[in-house]
Design a protein around this ligand. Structure first.
Ligand SMILES: C[C@](O)(C(=O)O)[C@H](CC(=O)O)C(=O)O
Length: 306
C-alpha cells in the first residue's frame, strides 16, 4: 500500500564485496583462531578478521593443519566467530572445499548461512597441508576449475554475496606460470579474488598483482614461512586488495601461555598480571553487552551487578 520499508542492514559479505571493489586502502585481516582471539581483534577495531584454518585445527581439534578439520568443524567455528560482531566481515579458510562439487555446494551454503563474508578454496588434494609446508600435492587444473565452478554456481543459486577467493598452491611444485594460469582460469569461472599461496619474493608478489590486474589479489602474510616479511603499507603499495596475517594471534598466544605454564610448573605461581581479573576477562568476552541485553528486556538476574 505504498508504505516504504526500512532500509535493510547490509550484510557482511556485501560490505566486504563493496570494500574490495572500492579504491580504498588494502583490507587488513588479522588471524583469529577462537572466540577469545576474535574478541581481542574486534576490540582493537579491525575492519575485517580472518579465521585461520591452521589455528582452527590447532585450537578446536588440537591437530596440525593436515586436512583433519572437516566442514562441520570449520563451519561451526566460523559461525561462532562471524556472529560475535556480524558487521565486521569474517574471511574464513575453506581448505579444499571438503570434497567434490556437491560438498563444495554445501560449503558455500553453510558458510553463507553462518554469516561468513568470504572463503578461500584451494587446489591441493583432499589430504592437504599448510601451504607453507613442503611436499604439497595438487589436483589438476581441471579439477580445481570444477571446485571453483561448483562454488560460484552455488553462490548464484542461493543469491549470496559471499566472496569466493581462489587459492592455488601450485607455486611450490609447478612454478609461477602454471600458478598464474590456474588463477586466470578460476577468475574466468567467476572467482572474485586470487590468492597465490607461498609467494617467495617481493618481486614475485609485485608481479602477481600485475599479471592478474585488475583482478583483486590477496596476500597471505605467514611470518617465517615461504614468504618474506611484507608490511601492510608495502602490500598496499604493490596493489594487493587484502592482506592476511594468519598467525598474528596464535603465535604470540603460544609464547605467552608457555611462559606462564612453565612458571607455574617450576615456581608454583602463574605471576599473572593484576589487571586480568575474572571480570576483565569476561569484559573482553562481551560481558557489558550481554548484561545490557538482559536489562533491556527487563531481566532481573543481574540488577545488582556482577
Ligand atoms: C592461511 C592458512 O591456510 C591458514 O590456515 O591460516 C595457512 C597458514 C599456515 O598454516 O601457514 C596456509 O597458508 O596454508
Amino acid at each position: 500500500m505504498g508504505s516504504i520499508s526500512p532500509p535493510r542492514r547490509i550484510n557482511a559479505a556485501t560490505k566486504l564485496r563493496n570494500c574490495i571493489a572500492s579504491p580504498g586502502p588494502i583490507i587488513l585481516a588479522p588471524g583469529v583462531y577462537d572466540g577469545f582471539s576474535a574478541r581481542i581483534a574486534l576490540e582493537v577495531g579491525f575492519d575485517a578478521i580472518y579465521m585461520t584454518g591452521a589455528g582452527t585445527s590447532a585450537s578446536k581439534i588440537g591437530h596440525a593443519d593436515l586436512g583433519i578439520a572437516n566442514l562441520h568443524d570449520m563451519r561451526e567455528h566460523a559461525e561462532m566467530i562471524a556472529n560475535l560482531n556480524s558487521s565486521v566481515p569474517l574471511i574464513a579458510d575453506a581448505d579444499t572445499g571438503y570434497g567434490g562439487p556437491i560438498m563444495i555446494t554445501r560449503t558455500i551454503e553453510q558458510y553463507t548461512r553462518s554469516g561468513v563474508a568470504a572463503l578461500h578454496i584451494e587446489d591441493q588434494v583432499q589430504t592437504k597441508r599448510c601451504g607453507h609446508l613442503n611436499g604439497k600435492l595438487l589436483v589438476s587444473a581441471e579439477d580445481f576449475l570444477v571446485r571453483i565452478r561448483a562454488a560460484t554456481a552455488a553462490r548464484k543459486a542461493i543469491d549470496s554475496d559471499i566472496v569466493i577467493i581462489a587459492r592455488t598452491d601450485a607455486l611450490q611444485s609447478l612454478g609461477y606460470n602454471e600458478s598464474i594460469r590456474r588463477l586466470k582460469l578460476a577468475r574466468e569461472a567467476g572467482a572474485d579474488v586470487g590468492f597465490l599461496e607461498g609467494i617467495t619474493s617481493k618481486e614475485q608478489a609485485r608481479q602477481t598483482v600485475k599479471d592478474l590486474a585488475p583482478w583483486p589479489v590477496l596476500l597471505n602474510m605467514v611470518e617465517h614461512g615461504a614468504t618474506p616479511s611484507i608490511s601492510v603499507s608495502e602490500a598496499d603499495e604493490m596493489g594487493f586488495r587484502i592482506i592476511l596475517f594468519p598467525f598474528a594471534g596464535i603465535a604470540p598466544a603460544y609464547k605467552a601461555m608457555k611462559e606462564v605454564y612453565t612458571r607455574l610448573m617450576k615456581e608454583g605461581i602463574t605471576g599473572a598480571e593484576a589487571y586480568m581479573t575474572p571480570k576483565q576477562l569476561f569484559e573482553v568476552s562481551g560481558l557489558s553487552d550481554d548484561l545490557e541485553i538482559d536489562a533491556r528486556a527487563g531481566g532481573t538476574a543481574f540488577v545488582g551487578g556482577v
